[in-house]
Design a protein around this ligand. Structure first.
Ligand SMILES: [Cu+2]
Ligand SMILES: [Zn+2]
Length: 211
């Protein structure tokens, strides 16, 4: 019997569908929604099964998400746009009004930002039960990311790729787990090794990740 496994729509324009053939091989078929073009890249054997449209047939998988980051006084100091890619999540961060210097930024485990301390956001997002830090042998948390360098103006636009998280619900590394997730910026830099939080000091901004 042929088995059809529709794994994911990478984006709305260019879904990628995996088809398992009768021989158990994998053929990757690229199509365009509503288009005539069908580019069968590698047809390894016959018996390829029909490709059906991705949209609507899949479990809920958010393709984008966002967050509004606020400081301890409740003022918005940044916005984040998160985009699902085949290799993790791209976080487009735009900041204004935070103190200049080097600051840690992480995904934290709970989508709750209660000022002024933002401790409600919990620890670093860590579905794999690792230790903190990219320089730690037993690291790193899924929520660990490189430090931000905020210039004197306080304005910074930066894009961060995080391959260890996903927006797809129901997966272990999903930021949309039962209690959600938040983006947190700290008063100091992450030292990339001190468990559990990189010795990054107070939480100075927090934003809940939403769809
Ligand atoms: Cu943090
Ligand atoms: Zn960490």
């Amino acid at each position: 019997m042929n088995a059809v496994s529709i794994t994911t729509c990478i984006n709305g324009m260019h879904p990628i569908v995996l088809i398992a053939t009768a021989l158990g091989r994998i053929v990757r078929v690229h199509t365009k929604i509503g288009g005539e073009r069908m580019d069968v890249r590698r047809m390894m054997c016959g018996l390829a099964v029909a490709v059906v449209g991705c949209a609507g047939a899949l479990p809920a998988a958010a393709q984008t998400a966002k967050a509004s980051l606020k400081d301890a006084a409740g003022k918005e100091v940044g916005r984040a746009e998160l985009v699902q890619t085949p290799h993790g999540v791209l976080i487009k961060l735009t900041l204004a009004g935070l103190p200049a210097g080097e600051h840690a930024v992480h995904i934290h485990a709970v989508g709750k930002c209660e000022p002024p301390g933002f401790t409600t956001a919990g620890g670093h997002f860590n579905p794999g039960s690792h230790k903190h830090g990219m320089e730690a042998a037993e690291g790193q948390h899924a929520g660990d990311m490189p430090n931000l360098h905020i210039p004197a103006s306080g304005a910074l636009a930066i894009e961060i790729a995080n391959p260890r998280i996903t927006l797809a619900k129901g997966q272990p590394a999903s930021v949309f787990d039962a209690d959600g997730s938040a983006i947190v910026i700290h008063a100091r830099a992450d030292d990339y090794k001190s468990d559990p939080a990189g010795n990054a000091g107070d939480r100075i901004a927090c934003g809940v990740i939403t769809e």
